[in-house]
Each structure stands twice: as structure tokens, then as C-alpha cells.
Design a protein. Structure first.
Length: 396
């Protein structure tokens, strides 16, 4: 006779781990019923579904944020009222105080309103006018507000140009507009001519000026020449047209207020085409390096050295024009001579560094001779020959 089975509490109970509880919830079994063991195929499918659920729960959306915690009274306000509060107080830190508020204030319409309110006073005063940067003019506008806006991730060049287009459509459709970088000294390609400023967008106008800017430096490259006499002839003709480099910044628009800081990412690099174009828009539009009240100067020096090593002549000129030329000393000049590539725009870089001084300081000539006579450069024949050609052209 078989023994009578006795039920012992605690034996053969269900697994109470988190994964097992989630599995029971997915299968929607009634409470109290033990799970049956599944095959390995079914178990793998269940594990995949569990991992997908866990991954989906980590996605932070505005809906998840609202459902996970109790919102404050400010967060419960409708988006329209919250925007009015934001533009009434003009506290740019308000979107960062809460993910919910940041989500409600993160829209293209809000960004355009911020850009027009911050940069509009400058555009209203100077839009379409060509100005001489050498003149000490007050461009107006709030430079600290513009500097803060330029530090946000959303404040990229396309967004700024879109805001400028909206401002033009509302305030400046009938204003006359003169094209910059259009001097007779430049011989541009046919494919970057003939733009109509009345119908072109801000992005098209910038692309036109930027294409002329890059084309000017491409025409001035003589470092790839190998024949000595040919190089001297080219350098001589280049010196005759060297004022073209000054003409690049002789007349430009006012895009930003005086004192607006250039973001460090644009000063230090790396630079793709969009970053160079953004730097071009800021520097030619009036932004300069503040050597006293910010760390932009240190960032610009680092960026200048990076640009010299990479032979980015279009970046070197913009950094010099933004204010690096005022801090050009023996160490930086010697660094330029030692690290510039003789096969890539070497002579153009020398001209850009040499030109800020119409009557060069003696230390510049001394540094050139010190570099030429240095023993560590004896094997760098091509660079030494280019330096000698440079001195010959300038009768030094």
C-alpha cells in the first residue's frame, strides 16, 4: 500500500525573482497557479521580450516624465502660458530647471523668437549696410545675451539664419542690400556670381560670400610650385595683390553685437565646412576675441596652433582677424614657421602673419633669420628655400 502524500508548506513554491514575476505578468496567469517549465525556445523568446521591456522603460520622454513623478504647478501650465512667462522674465536658465519645462520650451518657434529678440536690434540698425570694421562703431544689441545664446546646442548657424530670414520678411523686405566681398580686385568663378540679394535667403547670401572667401585663398596658393624661378615670379605677383587679404575684411555686415563671444568649439576646432562657415559669419559679422573678460583668448591661441598644423588657411585668417594678431609674439611666430607644411599653403601663411604689420617690427625679421640659420632645420630644404624666396621678394 502506497504512502499518503503529505503537503509540506514551503515546498515546490513559485520563483519570486523579478524576472519570474515579470514573466508571470506577461503570460497573465491567475494568481496561485504555478508556472510550468517551458522549452528553451519559448524561454529565449520570453527573455527577449523582457529585455525589450526593460530597454523601453529607460527612454525618457515627456510622457514618461509626467507619469513618473508629481509635477509642480509651473510644469502643469499650458505651453502658451509658459512661453509668455519665459519671454517675460528672459531667464535663459528656465528650460534647464526641469525636463518638463525644457521639453515645452524646445520648439523651433521658441528658438526663432529668442534669436529675433536677441539679434534683432543689431539687424534693425545695420542690416544690408557694409561697414568698415576698423571704425569704432557701437553695433547695439546685448552682447552678453547673444554670447549666452551661442553656447546652446540648438544655436547652430542654420537656426540663426532661419531666424534672420523671418526677421527680414517682417521688417526689412524693402531695404537696399549690398553684396560683401565684391571688390574688383577679386576674380571670382562664374558659378558664384549673380546672386540677387532681394530674393536670396540669408543662407544663400552667406554661401555666396563664403565661396568667394575660399576661392580667394585657393588662387593665392603657391606652395605647390617646385621651380625656384617660377616660385619667385608667383610670389612677386602675389605680393602685388597682397592687399586682397586686407580687402577680405575691409567691408562687412554687422551680424552680432560688439563684445559677443565666439564659442570655444569654433575657436579650437576641429573644423568641418559648417564650422568654418559659422566662424566666418561671426568674425566677419563683428565678433572679436575678448582677452580680458573671458578665456576666449587662450582657446583662440590653441585653435591657431591647431590650424597651422592642419594648414587650414581659411581658419588661420579668421582667427588672426578676430584678434590673435594682437597677441602674435616670437614664440607663436616661431611655432608657425616650424609647424607649417611647406607643401600646403606655407607662403600664404607667411603672408598672413607678415601682413598685419605694414612696417614690420624688427623681431619678425629676426625670427625669420633665426629659423633660417637654425641647425634643426638644415634638412628641411624646401621650407628653408621658401623662406629665402620670401626674404628675397621683400628685399630683406
Amino acid at each position: 500500500m502506497a504512502g499518503t502524500p503529505i503537503k509540506v508548506p514551503g515546498k515546490n513554491t513559485r520563483d519570486s525573482s523579478k524576472s519570474a514575476v515579470l514573466a508571470r505578468k506577461i503570460m497573465k496567469r491567475p494568481p496561485g497557479r504555478p508556472l510550468k517549465k517551458k522549452s528553451s525556445k519559448v524561454a529565449s523568446q520570453m527573455s527577449k521580450s523582457l529585455t525589450s521591456i526593460l530597454r523601453e522603460s529607460k527612454v525618457r520622454t515627456l510622457k514618461n516624465i509626467k507619469s513618473r513623478r508629481k509635477m509642480s504647478q509651473l510644469e502643469r501650465l499650458p505651453t502658451e502660458i509658459l512661453e509668455q512667462i519665459f519671454f517675460g522674465c528672459w531667464n535663459l536658465s528656465l528650460p534647464a530647471c526641469s525636463p518638463v519645462i525644457g521639453g515645452k520650451l524646445s520648439s523651433v518657434a521658441v528658438y526663432n523668437k529668442i534669436i529675433i529678440a536677441a539679434f534683432g536690434p543689431v539687424w534693425d540698425e545695420w542690416y544690408g549696410q557694409l561697414l568698415d570694421p576698423a571704425l569704432d562703431l557701437d553695433y547695439g544689441g546685448n552682447s552678453s545675451l547673444q554670447s549666452t545664446i551661442l553656447k546652446f546646442r540648438w544655436a547652430k548657424l542654420p537656426m540663426l539664419l532661419q531666424g534672420q530670414d523671418l526677421w527680414v520678411q517682417k521688417h526689412a523686405l524693402e531695404r537696399p542690400f549690398s553684396l560683401a566681398l565684391g571688390t574688383i580686385a577679386f576674380h571670382h568663378r562664374d558659378d558664384i556670381e549673380g546672386i540677387d540679394p532681394k530674393t536670396a535667403s540669408a543662407a544663400e547670401l552667406l554661401d555666396n560670400d563664403f565661396a568667394k572667401y575660399c576661392n580667394a585663398f585657393q588662387r593665392m596658393d603657391v606652395s605647390s610650385r617646385t621651380d625656384a624661378s617660377e616660385t619667385l615670379d608667383l610670389i612677386s605677383s602675389l605680393v602685388e595683390q597682397r592687399e586682397q587679404i586686407f580687402d577680405l575684411g575691409s567691408q562687412n555686415y554687422a551680424n552680432v553685437a560688439r563684445g559677443t563671444e565666439i564659442p570655444h568649439t569654433l575657436l579650437m576646432g576641429p573644423w568641418d565646412e559648417e564650422a568654418v562657415k559659422f566662424l566666418f559669419w561671426l568674425v566677419m559679422g563683428g565678433a572679436r576675441i575678448d582677452w580680458l573678460a573671458s578665456t576666449s583668448g587662450e582657446a583662440a591661441i590653441i585653435g591657431y596652433k591647431n590650424a597651422v598644423r592642419e594648414c587650414r588657411i581659411e581658419v588661420i585668417y579668421l582667427l588672426l582677424y578676430a584678434g590673435v594678431n594682437h597677441k602674435l609674439d616670437e614664440d607663436i611666430f616661431q611655432y608657425t614657421l616650424e609647424n607649417a607644411d611647406p607643401d600646403r599653403h606655407f607662403m600664404t601663411i607667411l603672408l598672413m602673419v607678415y601682413l598685419p604689420y605694414q612696417d614690420p617690427y624688427p623681431w619678425i625679421i629676426e625670427e625669420i633669420f633665426r629659423f633660417k640659420s637654425g641647425h634643426e632645420h638644415e634638412n628641411d630644404n624646401k621650407k628653408v628655400r621658401l623662406v629665402e624666396d620670401f626674404l628675397t621678394v621683400f628685399n630683406v
